[in-house]
Every structure is written in structure tokens, then in C-alpha cells.
Design a protein around this ligand. Structure first.
Ligand code: FES
Length: 490
């Protein structure tokens, strides 16, 4: 038997939706749709929901499953699952009124505006269709739109992944006569945090950030319509120093011994090298306790993430080439920043650089000497950085490390994978969005009763602390996982 929670709402009798719990027998691979039907049969519950093809093709059965968009006909039911309607006005139970988004599509004239007869060069080529094939496979289930954290906080107008994907389809079509680039900027092209949640919930695996938003940001930069003025500063820094942020004091690389003859090297990243040198020193202390030596090579530069995420691609090749030269003879390249790690793993190969990159949690999970650890009496929770959890598929290792530390009590927050708002150029370009998202996370952290939130990204770490401070919870500390590990070795 499993328990399933379903949101119920009937306009005639309810003022707002409420959750009802049902118990049903789970059959192997039972889908949400089967579970809803089983509930209706067993309880005569009359839960209303939409479905048609039952094959993941029509998109009509979109729901929220534990807070994330999903197709009811494809998602396997789980014990204690929470089934709710998409984030649109509810008509009854799981049936929603989609007219708002349908009207928006109509008002944006999201259909091809073209007079090919006037200009024969404008015909569609195989290459154009190859580039946009994936974007055109949307089945309009609205899972992405209902799950997008920026859309849900509604701080600023943002069309969200559904509209961005739609506009991009026409922007990249040579036959299109409308100014789709301007339209994308009006709809908040620079409001996306690059969290990747839309890809994670998309039943058709459409990478809206990478294939639509990031590409349109690059086109905007090529046409002098992007990036945001705040993003120009880190570009200037990179051009002058190789680093996206200025240096507080002496850089980490210049403070430490750089070469130990190790085949393992540290990719420091800009924040750690120029602002958070103490985390680099913490790493060296932890490694020393575990008899591991690493190199911290000189000459390394920014991974290019801030440029790629904001559409400023022209400098990236040079950065990739410099880093490849520095790290090419190492067996392992360690990262302490999820954004750097994700960029090195996912973007650098397209520029011809394939290093063996490991996040610090992947590297340390089976190497920590737990006999040398003392008890750490703290309660902690863990925030999954988007570029680590979704960007690199690393969720278990940080939790396994936390579990190894004696005395630490761990409690998951409600949605540990929800974006904190630090990425995608949002923290610098749209700080009000970053702050609102970090406040959302801060409330989840507070609800766990934790003394600290642990993460593996200097940008998330800072943004989470800002959120905690702003809701008056500055006694809760935002820590890099290395700082927690090091507590056990003090
Ligand atoms: S019923 Fe058609 S996609 Fe689920």
C-alpha cells in the first residue's frame, strides 16, 4: 500500500484547494494516471484530471508531482507523492484554466511571419531545421512553465521557458520577418537563472536554456542588444586580468606552494582565487589530513562561465585554450565551484578541451579518513547547486560526505534542488530576482531548524547567506562543504 496526496478543489464547495490523502495498492510501474483512476475506483472520489493519448504525446495530462511539472501518464507514482495542478487558475481538482498562456501566445503572434516570395535567400535549410528540431518537439504540457522558479516568484515580467523556447524557434528561422530578438528581451531574456529545471522536467528533453535562451543572448550580444550593463564589468575584468572578479588582497594561487609534483590539480575559479581564499586554504588543510597532495598551477584563468551564460562567447575560446595548456598533463582537475565544474565538463569539450574534471565531493567521498574526525555537533541541511545537481548529476556524494561526519544531524529542506538565484548572471544583472529566490530558499532552510546550510558553490553560498540575513536568520550560516569537513579535523 502507498499513500498519495492529491489536491482537491471544487468551486461549488471549496474556497481554496486542499490536500487529501488516499491509500492504494501500487502495481509495478504504476503511473500517476493509473493511481488517480485507482483512487477514483476505490474511494468513488471523482477526482477530475485531463488525459488523452496516455503515451506522452499530447501534453494534456500535465500536473505537479512533488512540486515539479510532469506528465501524469508517464510519471511513476511513489509513496507519499503530492499530486497538484499546474500553476494556473484551477477549474476543478487537477484541471486548470490555460487560457492566460494561450492568449499570451496569441498576443505575441507566435506564428511565422514571412513573405518568402520577396526574398528567395530566406528559405529554410537542413541546417536551420537541425538546429531547431529539438525546440520544435514541445508538446505544450506546460511542465517547464509551472516549474520555473523565476516565473513562480513573479518579481519581474518573465515569459519563462515556454515562451522563450517559442520565440527562439522563430528567431532562428531565416524566413521570419518579425523582430523576435526584441520580443525576447521584452519577455525577460536576461531574467533566467540558467538553473536547468525546465530541462529536468521536460518530457521531450528540450534544453531551453542552452538551445534557446543562451543562444538568443549570444545573438543579442552580436547585435549590441546584450548583455546587461552589469555584465560588462566582469568581461572587462577578464580581458584585463583573466579573472571575472577583482582581487581582495593577494590571490590564493600566489599565497600557496603551486607545484608538488602531483598529478591532481586544483582549478580554483575566480571567486575562490580572488575573493574566498580561505576556502582554498581549507581545502589544503582537509587534503593534508588525508595525506593528499595537489598542485595549484599558476597561469590558470576564468572558465568562461559568466561569459557563456550571458551570451558573450567571443572571449571563451581563448580562456579554454589557456586552461587546457595549463592542465593538460594532470590526471584529475578538481573544482570547488559547481559553475566552473559544469562549464569545464559540459562546455569546454565543444571548444576541443576534454580534461578529467571532478567536483570536490566526487573526489573526496571515498577518500576521507573518518578515524581522524572528531564529533561536530551541528544540525545542517544541504542546498543542491543547480550546476552540480542538474549540471553534473552530483547529488548523492555531498550527502554521503555529510553523513560520514560524526555528530552532524542532517535534515533535508523541502526542495533542496530549487534554484537559489545565484546563477545565469542574475546575481549581478537582476539582483532583486536573486534576492527573492534566495529568500525562498532561506525560508526552507529555516524550517529545518538547521544551524547551517551546506553547499558546493561560492556563488550559492554567498546568495544563500544574503537570503538568510534578509529574513533575519543571520545566525544560520551558509558553509562550503569543505568548511564543514574541516570542522571535523580541527
Ligand atoms: S495523456 Fe497525452 S501526454 Fe499524457
Amino acid at each position: 500500500m502507498i499513500k498519495v496526496y492529491v489536491s482537491r478543489f471544487n468551486r461549488q464547495s471549496d474556497s481554496k484547494p486542499h490536500m487529501e490523502c488516499y491509500e492504494i495498492e501500487k502495481t509495478p510501474q504504476m503511473k500517476v494516471l493509473d493511481a488517480l483512476q485507482a483512487i477514483n475506483e476505490k474511494y468513488d472520489a471523482d477526482i477530475s484530471f485531463r488525459s488523452s493519448c496516455r503515451a506522452g504525446q499530447c501534453g494534456s495530462c500535465g500536473i505537479l508531482f512533488n512540486g515539479n511539472g510532469a506528465l501524469a501518464c508517464q510519471k511513476e507514482i511513489k509513496d507519499n507523492a503530492r499530486i497538484e495542478p499546474l500553476n494556473f487558475p484551477v477549474i476543478k481538482d487537477l484541471i486548470v484554466d490555460r487560457s492566460e498562456i494561450e492568449n499570451k501566445v496569441k498576443n505575441l503572434h507566435l506564428n511565422l511571419h514571412s513573405d518568402e516570395r520577396k526574398d528567395l535567400d530566406k528559405s529554410l535549410t537542413k541546417d536551420n531545421t537541425k538546429d531547431t528540431k529539438k525546440l520544435r518537439s514541445c508538446i505544450e504540457c506546460y511542465s517547464c512553465l509551472s516549474t520555473c522558479p523565476v516565473v513562480n516568484i513573479a518579481t519581474e515580467e518573465f515569459g519563462g521557458p515556454y515562451i522563450m523556447r517559442y520565440i527562439s524557434k522563430f528567431e532562428s528561422d531565416p524566413r521570419e520577418d518579425f523582430d523576435r530578438l526584441k520580443e525576447s528581451l521584452d519577455e525577460g531574456l536576461y531574467n533566467c537563472t540558467s538553473c536547468g529545471k525546465c530541462l529536468a522536467v521536460c518530457p521531450k528533453n528540450i534544453n531551453t536554456f542552452g538551445d534557446a535562451i543562451e543562444k538568443m543572448r549570444a545573438v543579442a550580444c552580436d547585435n549590441n542588444l546584450g548583455p546587461l550593463p552589469e555584465h560588462v564589468g566582469f568581461r572587462n575584468n577578464i580581458e584585463k586580468t583573466g579573472r571575472s572578479v577583482s582581487c581582495n588582497g593577494e590571490s590564493f594561487i600566489s599565497q600557496v606552494e603551486n607545484y608538488n609534483g602531483s598529478k591532481i590539480a586544483l582549478f580554483t575559479g575566480c571567486m575562490l582565487d580572488n575573493k574566498l581564499q580561505r576556502i582554498g586554504h581549507t581545502l589544503l588543510e582537509v587534503l593534508e589530513k588525508n595525506d593528499i597532495k595537489i598542485d595549484v598551477p599558476e597561469g590558470q584563468v576564468c572558465c568562461g562561465s559568466p561569459l557563456l551564460r550571458t551570451g558573450q562567447r567571443d572571449l571563451v575560446r581563448c580562456l579554454v585554450d589557456k586552461n587546457r595548456e595549463i592542465f593538460k598533463d594532470y590526471d584529475i582537475v578538481l573544482t570547488l565551484c559547481s559553475g566552473c565544474g559544469s562549464t569545464l565538463k559540459n562546455n569546454h569539450p565543444e571548444f576541443g578541451s576534454k580534461l578529467n574534471v571532478m567536483d570536490i565531493s566526487e573526489f573526496l567521498v571515498d577518500k576521507l579518513d573518518t578515524d581522524k574526525m572528531k564529533e561536530v555537533n551541528m544540525k545542517v541541511t544541504y542546498h543542491d547547486p543547480c550546476h552540480l545537481g542538474r549540471g553534473q548529476g552530483i547529488k548523492d556524494q555531498p550527502r554521503e560526505i555529510i553523513e560520514k561526519i560524526k555528530g552532524v544531524e542532517f535534515e533535508e529542506m523541502l526542495y533542496p534542488c530549487q534554484c537559489c538565484g545565484a546563477g545565469g548572471g542574475i546575481k549581478s544583472g537582476k539582483p532583486e530576482i536573486a534576492m527573492e529566490l534566495s529568500r525562498e530558499k532561506a525560508k526552507m532552510i529555516k524550517d529545518t531548524g538547521a544551524d547551517a546550510v551546506v553547499t558546493i558553490c561560492p556563488f550559492c553560498q554567498q546568495n544563500l547567506q544574503d537570503g538568510l540575513d534578509s529574513i533575519g536568520e543571520n545566525h544560520i550560516k551558509s558553509m562550503h562543504i569543505l568548511e564543514l569537513i574541516n570542522e571535523a579535523y580541527k
